[in-house]
Ligand binder design. Sequence first.
Ligand code: FE2
Length: 416
Amino acid sequence: MKHDTQVEILEELLEQLEQGRNIDAGVQVRAPVDTYVCPEVAERERDELFRNHPQLIGLSGDLPETGSYMTIGDFGIPILATRDKDGHFHAFLNACRHRSVQVATDARGTKNVFTCPFHMWSYRNTGDLVNVPDEGDFGDVDRACNSLLELPAVERDGLLWIHPTANGDLDLDELLGKDLAGELASWALSDLRYTGEYVIEKRLNWKFANDTFGETYHFQKLHKNTLGQLYIGNNLHLREFGRHHRFVTANHAIRDLRETNQAEWLLSQNAFVLYYLFPNVQLLVAEDNATLVRIYPDADDPSRSTTKISFYFSEEAIALFSAAAADGAGIDDVYDRDAVENSFGLDGIMEVFYSTVELEDYEMGEMQQRAAESGIIDYVVFGRNEPALHHFHRSFRDALGLPPCEIVAVAAEETA
Ligand SMILES: [Fe+2]
């Protein structure tokens, strides 16, 4: 990110702190709860926002070398993602051209050739069919017409994008827009190594899960003893990029920032920088690490979702945190503000994040889900200090052609 932009955002966050206020959207928004429980809406979401929409499936570090592959089942069809011998990224329908059995079943690994377990037809990681056993008995098979069926796939600036439909439109310039694409490129995400994934399956609609990432109002309440030890809360910068947005909130280091030279200000050292990428991705970035959160609706049940949290670090950060872990530091040290910087291991950093999401945020979401299913509540309210949630619900409703949420104007005496 340009240094000017980093300074601008930090100035905005400092101003809020100095004036003792949070961001102000000027209005509240009422979001109808039927969209969290309605099977018809859920079916349309799966079809229009997931199966027929470009999808970010990971970072380049998920396919770290030639021959790396991943299997993906998040969009209702089996998908195989590969990196071929020339380093090119591909996505295929994970189905043999003979009788449609999956040619790969492990979540990830390294293979140059995939062999179907049923009759052992085999394919290169470029999709080419290379062997048909007993072809004399089977009859001729035209190799050229029987490659794995390829799906649109683009690797750009360290991000792996696919479209889960054979002829789907995967135009990243159009999807992201120039400003956001340029900003994502500036974080050097292609240099990061994948260090692990944590999967959360809970009884909450994917949008309740997503909503927990949309405001900092709760940081000093729900997360008082966890994330609240690291981040100030009630403090937010938001910039919309079409249906996506940039969400930044300060950590405690910002309190000393005015005493330093502005030319040396670094956003990621003083704040948590997150990009929401429509419809279901929260991407947290810093100079030497990134965390990718992908939230998927259940295939059948609107009340369930799966969250996949993947972690990525630079080689230098991995070396640094591994050394710290060898000293025996753990998760408690992460929350100890007086602890020596970096005195905790990689596992501690990852655990802080996923355990907060699973044990704090999503516990709230499960309660919200039950209440939404009561049929007694009509809507939930997003405050003036929760504009990222206004934006998410506006975007998702607009994408599905649903009427906009009700906006509650601020009373005249409040603005006077
Ligand atoms: Fe939270």
